[in-house]
Design a protein around this ligand. Structure first.
Ligand code: GTP
Ligand code: MG
Length: 258
C-alpha cells in the first residue's frame, strides 16, 4: 500500500491537515512507514476525545446561559497533531520513535482551545469541567497567575477522559488551553510574529509585546468589572421586581380566582 493510499484510507475530516508536503516528507522517510500508519490510526481515538471534550464544553455553556443568562465561552477551536509534528516532538525530546512512546510522552496530540468572554469565566469553565466524574486532571499550568517571561497568559490543563470504542474504553489525554478573547488576540499575534521571523523575537519586539501583555491584562480586568457591575444592577432590578410582586400579593391587590 502506498503512503498516499494509507493516508487516504483514513478519510477523517480531521485528516485534512495531512497535506501533500506531509506525505512527501514520509515518502522521504521510508524507515518510518509503520510509525506513520500507527500514528494515523491513533489519531482517530484522539479525534474522538476532542469531540467529546467539545460536547462537554458546549453543554456547560448552554446550561450556564439558561441559568445565568450569560455564555462564559465565546468560541472553541481544536487541533489534532499531525504524524509529522508528533515525530518532530518525539525527536526534540529524545524519546523513542514508536507509537507506544507517542502515546506515553505526548499529552498534546489532542488540543482544544477555549476562548472565554471574561477573566472569571476562564476559571469557572475549568472548575465546572474538572468537577465531572469521568474527567481526571493530569497537569495544570496557570500562565494567567504566573505569566511566561514573554507575557504569554492562558490556563493550560491536561485532562484525560474515557473514549468508548467498539471493544474497549480507553482513557485519552487532551490538552485544553483556556483564555480570554484579549489573551487569545495577544497569543495569536505573538505566534504570527515569531513564525514570520524564523521562530525568534527581536529584543525590542519582545519588550513591546510584554507591554502589550500588560495592556491586555488591564483591559481584561476593566471588562470584568464592567460585566460585574452590569450583572449586579440586573440582579438588583430582578429582585426589586419580585419584591413588588410579593408586596402586591400580601396586600391582596392581585386577585386570584378560587
Ligand atoms: P510544548 O512543547 O510547546 O507543548 O510546551 P510544553 O509542553 O512545555 O507546554 P506549554 O504548556 O508551555 O505550552 C503548550 C502550548 O501553549 C504551545 O504549544 C502553544 O500552543 C501555547 N504556548 C505556550 N507558550 C506560548 C507562547 O509564548 N506564545 C504563544 N503564542 N503560545 C504559547
Ligand atoms: Mg505541550
Amino acid at each position: 500500500m502506498t503512503l498516499k493510499a494509507i493516508a487516504a484510507s483514513f478519510p477523517q475530516p480531521s485528516d485534512a491537515d495531512l497535506n501533500m508536503n506531509d506525505i512527501a516528507f514520509w515518502i522521504d522517510n521510508k524507515d518510518h512507514l509503520q510509525l506513520f500508519q500507527g500514528m494515523v490510526s491513533i489519531r482517530q481515538i484522539y479525534d474522538a476525545a476532542i469531540r467529546e471534550t467539545i460536547t462537554k464544553l458546549e453543554i456547560l455553556n448552554s446550561e450556564f446561559q439558561a441559568r445565568y443568562d450569560h455564555n462564559p465561552i465565546h468560541h472553541i477551536t481544536s487541533r489534532l497533531k499531525t504524524p509529522r509534528s508528533m515525530l518532530r516532538k518525539l525527536k526534540e525530546r529524545d524519546c523513542e520513535l514508536s507509537i507506544a512512546s507517542a502515546i506515553n510522552n505526548l499529552t498534546d496530540i489532542a488540543g482544544v482551545r477555549v476562548v472565554c468572554c471574561y477573566l472569571d469565566d476562564v476559571y469557572r469553565v475549568a472548575e465546572l469541567l474538572l468537577r465531572q466524574g469521568d474527567i481526571s486532571l493530569i497537569q495544570r499550568k496557570d500562565y494567567i497567575k504566573n505569566p511566561k517571561e514573554n507575557g504569554y497568559r492562558s490556563l493550560h490543563l491536561v485532562i484525560s477522559l474515557p473514549v468508548f470504542l467498539a471493544e474497549s474504553a480507553e482513557r485519552v489525554p487532551v490538552e485544553i488551553q483556556i483564555r480570554t478573547e484579549a489573551m487569545d488576540f495577544w497569543a495569536s499575534l505573538e505566534h504570527q510574529l515569531r513564525y514570520k521571523n524564523d521562530h525568534t523575537i527581536d529584543p525590542d519586539v519582545h519588550d513591546e509585546l510584554l507591554a502589550c501583555s500588560f495592556a491586555v491584562r488591564e483591559l481584561d480586568e476593566k471588562m470584568q468589572s464592567l460585566h460585574d457591575k452590569i450583572m449586579r444592577s440586573r440582579r438588583e432590578e430582578d429582585s426589586s421586581v419580585s419584591y413588588k410582586v410579593s408586596l402586591n400579593n400580601n396586600t391582596g391587590t392581585t386577585a386570584i380566582a378560587t
